[in-house]
Design a protein around this ligand. Structure first.
Ligand SMILES: [Zn+2]
Length: 452
């Protein structure tokens, strides 16, 4: 009887989460993320998968973010035909996210071919919309807290307060229990209820996005209302790059609350992202999994102007009145936010609020570091708008939060694997776990395989 875990991603990076669990000749993959960010990482999406995808019995997805799910269509393209198991809300969000990711892949390849920019002739997409649609046919939604079986593996999904549908996974196999944290959310999320925890495990795989950082002790509503008020008082517009799924809906809700409490003026709020608009519908559909009553969410959503078409998006910029614009992508790597950035970035009356984690190599990270000139669509854009990071709107717990989540384990696990962090964050989390609990902790390297 041999049992092993192999780390096929999220090592030294926050992207590409993929953990291969093997028991004798049976295999399940926990998460199936795409590598994003720096070029060296993105190239890994193109290297052959370490095992034949046909030999995987099932894939379990902790949550819908592409760094945990975006590689699924590639594996399906290469022969994976088993079940893809996730919570119902995760499956619903993947119906939006995967075809969109495929569309972007196809569009990129087309662009490279048209302008002869690739050394590959022709440049190919990582996967196509057809591959994404085949992937969706393999989705197998399951309920919360309900033990599932894929012989010899038994597992259940429990809420982790990171995103609608997001879970951590408890896995039992070969008499051992392994807990995969997925992405650990914050207990004070504006729209998600508190996370669950686990009390016993032989092995824990835990994330470390903020493993070396503590979120400042700031009141999100206070910070948000200060920036919005200040900007509108001077006749400016507030631009918020936001992840389309999850953060955008939380922001809409928070802004509506501030308006109702008369803490900010009643200026128009625009949601400029077709995907965010779709994701908003999914949030309404699964409103019973959110913290606030459905009516409150509906009320907040009615106060928003939705820009579905490119024409509606351009109209937002041509109107010079003060407003709040929420658009994606959240790290300013692409999407409609870049058009708004070009128009609004140079004006010192405006403000840009950064609300999520900004990965290495992204424009969001450059802004966070104080860079005030960004290259957008081949041209340099001066950023004179004020830039405000609000850390407590992140979907990730800081290291205090992760230690709190771990503190519920009643006995020491045999080993803890720290993943899903840039190298210094993972090392920081590792030290903090050792110091606080005295457990055996390691930071695995890419492709490390460990017998359990
Ligand atoms: Zn995530």
């Amino acid at each position: 009887m041999t049992l092993s875990v192999q780390f096929l991603g999220a090592t030294g990076t926050v992207t590409g989460s993929r953990y291969l669990l093997t028991n004798n000749n049976k295999r399940v993959l926990i998460d199936c993320g795409m590598f994003q960010g720096l070029k060296d990482l993105r190239l890994r999406n193109w290297t052959p998968f370490p095992v034949d995808p046909k030999t995987l019995d099932a894939i379990l997805i902790t949550h819908a973010h592409l760094d945990h799910s975006g590689y699924l269509p590639r594996l399906v393209k290469h022969g994976f035909a088993g079940r893809i198991i996730a919570t119902e809300a995760t499956c619903a969000l993947l119906k939006i996210l995967l075809p969109d990711a495929a569309y972007l892949q196809e569009e990129d390849a087309e662009f490279l071919n048209k302008h002869n920019l690739s050394k590959h002739q022709p440049a190919l997409p990582l996967y196509t919309i057809d591959d994404a649609n085949h992937t969706l046919q393999l989705m197998h939604p399951v309920g919360w807290d309900n033990w599932q079986k894929q012989d010899p593996f038994e597992f259940r999904f429990l809420p982790i307060s990171h995103l609608l549908g997001a879970s951590f996974i408890e896995m039992k196999v070969g008499g051992k229990k392994i807990v995969f944290s997925g992405d650990v959310g914050r207990n004070q999320d504006p729209i998600l209820p508190e996370r669950y925890h686990s009390e016993k495990a032989d092995y824990i795989v835990v994330e470390s996005t903020y493993g070396d950082r503590a979120h400042p002790d700031e009141d999100v509503q206070e910070e948000l209302s200060d920036v919005i008020r200040k900007t509108i008082d001077r006749g400016g517009t507030v631009l918020i790059p936001s992840f389309a799924v999850g953060r955008s809906q939380a922001l809409i809700y928070l802004i509506n609350q501030l308006k109702q409490q008369n803490r900010i003026p009643d200026v128009p709020v625009y949601l400029d992202s077709p995907m965010a608009i779709e994701a908003t519908k999914t949030h309404l559909k699964f409103a019973d999994e959110l913290k606030m009553p459905k009516e409150k969410l509906e009320e907040a959503l009615k106060d928003v102007t939705y820009a579905s078409t490119p024409g509606q998006s351009q109209q937002i910029d041509s109107n010079k009145k003060s407003k709040i614009v929420i658009s994606s992508s959240g790290m300013l790597v692409g999407g409609r936010i870049l058009h708004h950035l070009k128009v609004m970035g140079p004006d010192p009356k405006n403000s840009i609020i950064l609300v999520g984690f900004q990965a290495a190599g992204t424009r969001g990270e450059l802004l966070m570091q104080g860079k005030r000139e960004l290259k957008v669509h081949g041209q340099l854009v001066a950023i004179n708008a004020e830039v405000f990071p609000i850390h407590n709107l992140s979907g990730h717990a800081d290291y205090h939060g992760i230690l709190e989540w771990l503190s519920h384990f009643q006995t020491a696990p045999k080993k803890v694997f720290v993943t899903h962090g840039e190298p210094t964050a993972a090392a920081g989390m590792c030290e903090k776990i050792k110091t606080k609990f005295g457990w055996d902790v390691v930071v695995p390297k890419y492709l490390d395989k460990v017998e359990l």
